[in-house]
Design a protein around this ligand. Structure first.
Ligand code: TXA
Ligand code: MG
Length: 347
């Protein structure tokens, strides 16, 4: 067990990020807030430091990491060159929840890319994250700061629950604004979303033209199929409870959930429903949690991981409504379907 220092970004602003920068430079691990989820950072140019991230998370070593930079020009030394599409996207969306993948340069260690010829880079939109990267003076390699397989952390408490005693330091910056991880877009070949997030296809296309969506976003990989993004291979976001997704119109999904809820309850199972503003009235006498508004899909994303953690081990079954996959609804369904291991019921 290590002694994990916990700093509040609000109370101890400079101290936390300055100390964090020194810890990163000397090869240590620091968890820090971003606008999406908390990251677990190490010096992204130091292969040995990066391999400690995999140990602390229990992450398979063939799943590559994102390098976090503090300004747009910091991407230059990390890629072979900066393609025109990337320039436009950085101008439109950085800092922000958009990760771009392109061919890597020689200074990026294989531990970061899991041996791939490409590297993922993003500039987060969070004061503390940016201050930490500047203090470190190097790009910070950071996956989400959860134990591998668990829902990503959106508060410092979530990070403490998973990482206390396993890393050097945690910087508490309060809850994350977006709540799901960044959109991952590859610019090698046709621009393709490998993981949907807060920056949507609808936002990207006016800037660079047609954007494809990897089939792995909404489907399980077939046996033996290789993932464009290795992260899609693994069971993800799994709480300690069964997750069941009901698809169909809001009212049909709700009545399906009510029926299944009653059956499960009769079998002695503890249940909860992740509902939406629009279906609030459908679940009288049942335990339910309003997760957000269907007409503003970004609101659904904000509290999803916190809800999965809250009910993990607390209930036996979590029912959730499927939503349309437009805008941030795509990110919501991508995470929800994985959390459920694609356990979907339809009318
Ligand atoms: O919002 C985020 O992106 C958060 C915060 C901390 O910035 N980070 C995050 O990292 O979610 P992680 O490691 O949990 O997810 C990175 C995803 C994985 O699915 C990984 O497979 C994919 O990006 N990825 C990274 N590098 C890649 C590459 N060169 N080619 C394809 N996929 C890559
Ligand atoms: Mg992750």
């Amino acid at each position: 067990m290590m002694n994990t220092q916990i700093f509040s970004a609000l109370a101890q602003k400079e101290n936390g990020t300055n100390l964090g920068g020194r810890v990163i430079r000397s090869g240590g691990l620091v968890a820090f807030p971003t606008e999406t989820v908390y990251g677990l950072g190490a010096n992204g140019l130091d292969g040995e430091a990066v391999s400690r991230i995999f140990e602390a998370k229990g992450r398979p070593s063939d799943n590559p990491l994102i390098l976090h930079v503090a300004k747009k020009s910091d991407v230059k030394p990390l890629w072979r060159h900066v393609p025109e599409a990337a320039r436009r996207l950085m101008d439109a969306f950085w800092p922000g929840p958009l990760t771009l993948i392109f061919l890597k340069s020689d200074i990026v260690p294989d531990e970061v890319t899991a041996g791939l010829p490409t590297v993922a880079v993003r500039m987060p939109e969070h004061k503390t994250a940016l201050a930490l990267i500047r203090a470190a003076g190097v790009p910070i390699a950071a996956p989400s700061a959860n134990l591998s397989g668990r829902p990503s952390p959106t508060t410092a408490e979530h990070v403490i629950a998973d990482m206390d005693g396993r890393i050097d330091m945690i910087i508490d910056g309060g809850p994350c604004r977006v709540g799901v991880e960044s959109t991952v877009l590859t610019l090698v070949g046709r621009p393709t979303i490998l993981r949907p997030g807060g920056i949507t296809r609808e936002m990207l296309e006016p800037v660079i033209g047609p954007v494809e969506i990897s089939p792995a976003v909404l489907n399980p990989l077939a046996e033996g199929e290789t993932a464009a993004s290795p992260g899609m291979k693994y069971r993800h976001y799994a709480p300690d409870a069964q997750v069941i997704v009901a698809e169909g119109s809001p009212r049909r999904a709700a009545s399906l959930i009510c029926r299944e809820y009653e059956t499960a309850e009769a079998e002695g199972k503890r249940c909860v429903i992740l509902a939406t503003e629009q279906t609030r009235g459908c679940y009288r006498d049942k335990r339910c949690d309003i997760i957000g508004d269907r007409d503003m899909p970004s609101t659904l994303c904000v509290g999803l991981f916190a809800a999965l953690r809250r009910y993990s081990g607390e209930v036996d079954v979590i029912f959730a409504e499927g939503v349309p996959t437009s805008e941030q609804g795509l990110a919501y369904m991508n995470r929800l379907l994985r959390a459920s291991s694609f356990n979907v019921i339809r009318c």
